[in-house]
Each structure stands twice: as structure tokens, then as C-alpha cells.
Design a protein around this ligand. Structure first.
Ligand SMILES: [Mg+2]
Length: 186
């Protein structure tokens, strides 16, 4: 049975442990019990976002070799059962490296799941927003724009991977958010 609602999931920070990979890339100690965001890694490295992304592109296997977030298996299993039409919506970097790396990551970790589509876009995710589309993303600017464009969004928070209680709590909140959207088909 198809649901009316289409769920789009961000990769970096939601499915992939972007900050752990970033810390390794820039020799920054990975913190404990923390909320992570672009501002944090910018402050740690003294590099701006475009410099960060260029360095990541330059590191062989950076995009492909990221670890999944602790919540990824649970999230994917939930979506497979409850929103089987789900897809990934992720932004590529300006270099070409992330396109292939992201596709390879999806093949490695999600090949046997129900994932229906992988969309790698060049920024401006909001153009995919529609009335019955839900985006799960950790960048507030992106979720805000998605909502402005008529979609619904769940603002994900990237917690460090050690912080199990925070991940559990957020997953519960997400399920509460999505639950009313299940099985709405005619
Ligand atoms: Mg993200």
C-alpha cells in the first residue's frame, strides 16, 4: 500500500556520521555528549565551509568511508515498514568526488533496504518540497526553506555518537511526528 506522504532523508549528519569523518580529516578530537553543527567544525578548524568541503573532496574515500550514525539502522527499518516510498535527498559538494562516494555509501549500507530513490542535488533541496513531502534534515536553513516551499520538515539534531539517550529521545520524537502521517491513502 502506498502512503500519500513521501519522506526524504538527508545523508550527512542524519544517516552518515559526517562530523566523526570530519574530525578524522582535520585531526580534531571527536567530542562526547555534544550537539554538532557546521559552526562547531568551522570553529574547530578555522576553515570556512567551502574550504572544509574541498579538503574532504581531496581526501580519498572520504564520502564513501563515513560510518553510519547510531540511529541509521533503526530509522531505515522504521521507514521501510511505515513509509516504503522513502528516498534520500542529499547535496553534492562543488567537486565531483562526493557524487560517486555517496552512491557507493548507499550501495554499501542500504543495498538490501527498501530505499526507493537517491537524489543527489546541487544545493536548493527546497525545490523538491511539495504539500505531502516530509524532509528529515539537520540544517535549519534547509528545513526552514523546505517549509516555506510548502513541505513539512523534521529538524534533526546531530548528536555525538556516544550520546545514546539523546539519540533514543530524538528517534521517539521523530516517530511521534511521523505517526499521524502513516496510512493516509484513500
Ligand atoms: Mg545534513
Amino acid at each position: 500500500m502506498m502512503n500519500d506522504y513521501k519522506i526524504w532523508v538527508d545523508m550527512d549528519g542524519v544517516l552518515t556520521n559526517w562530523h566523526k569523518a570530519a574530525c578524522e580529516c582535520f585531526n580534531v578530537p571527536y567530542p562526547t555528549h555534544s550537539v554538532l553543527g557546521r559552526d562547531w567544525i568551522v570553529a574547530q578548524t578555522g576553515l570556512n565551509v567551502s574550504q572544509l568541503l574541498s579538503a574532504m573532496d581531496a581526501k580519498k574515500g572520504f564520502w564513501e568511508d563515513m560510518l553510519p550514525t547510531p540511529v541509521m539502522p533503526r530509522l531505515v527499518a522504521y521507514l521501510d515498514v511505515n513509509f516504503p516510498d522513502w528516498g534520500i535527498l542529499t547535496s553534492a559538494t562543488h567537486g565531483s568526488e562526493s557524487w560517486g562516494g555517496k552512491a557507493a555509501w548507499v550501495r554499501r549500507y542500504l543495498r538490501t533496504t527498501g530505499l526507493k530513490r537517491l537524489v543527489v542535488c546541487c544545493g536548493n533541496k527546497a525545490r523538491f518540497a511539495a504539500r505531502n513531502s516530509v524532509l528529515i534534515d539537520d540544517t535549519p536553513k534547509i528545513t526552514d526553506k523546505w517549509i516555506e516551499n510548502g513541505g513539512m520538515a523534521f529538524r534533526w539534531v546531530e548528536y555525538t555518537s556516544d550520546w545514546q539517550e539523546a539519540h533514543d529521545e530524538q528517534f521517539t520524537e521523530l516517530v511521534q511526528f511521523l505517526e499521524p502521517l502513516k496510512n493516509t491513502s484513500k
